[in-house]
Design a protein around this ligand. Structure first.
Ligand code: SF4
Ligand code: SF4
Length: 161
């Protein structure tokens, strides 16, 4: 008796597990609704992630290769696990003649980042944001350490340092 009840219970469990998948398949098959399943990696060239997706922390640059970061280090201090290191320096601002802080390197250790977003919230000038790239597979973990300010970039005028 237990043999047959095991078969019945197993079938019931299987059908319960397949309910969502089966429902999705049949409803979309008969109603021709938009299928939202992504055919990854076949669509790798055209794939767009959703706005709220958190792939990595990036630094925003404009078309003139300028960013808003003045090396204030607030993001570094806000990061709970030391994933950010700010290297800054000071130089005379030709516009004001005063010493001004500037960014040398914004170093981001993606391999340690938990995507908590505290650094982005802490930045007072919105210099960093979420990027949507998620192809972060490397054999060497050190390759996941990135410099977020692009080569040759500088700070936009009007940002205090
Ligand atoms: S998202 Fe969180 S863990 Fe990642 S760098 Fe920012 S503060 Fe650190
Ligand atoms: S990214 Fe923002 S918080 Fe971090 S050092 Fe630059 S200006 Fe400061």
């Amino acid at each position: 008796m237990s043999y047959f009840s095991d078969i019945i219970n197993g079938t019931k469990t299987l059908l319960t597990g397949m309910r969502v998948t089966g429902g999705y398949f049949f409803v979309n098959f008969f109603t021709k609704r938009d299928v939202i399943t992504q055919q990854y990696p076949n669509n790798i060239e055209t794939l767009e992630m959703f706005d709220r997706f958190k792939g990595e922390v990036i630094m925003l640059h404009n078309e003139n290769n300028e960013h808003r970061c003045d090396a204030c280090t607030l993001c570094e201090k806000a990061c709970p696990n030391g994933s950010i290191e700010i290297l800054g320096d000071k130089a005379k601002d030709p516009e004001t003649g005063k010493n001004k802080r500037f960014l040398v390197k914004h170093i981001y250790h993606l391999q340690m980042c938990t995507m908590c977003g505290l650094c982005i919230e802490a930045c007072p000038v919105n210099a960093i944001d979420w990027g949507q790239d998620f192809h972060h597979v490397e054999y060497d973990r050190s390759l996941l350490t990135k410099v977020l300010n692009k080569p040759g970039s500088k700070i936009m005028s009007g940002i205090k340092g």
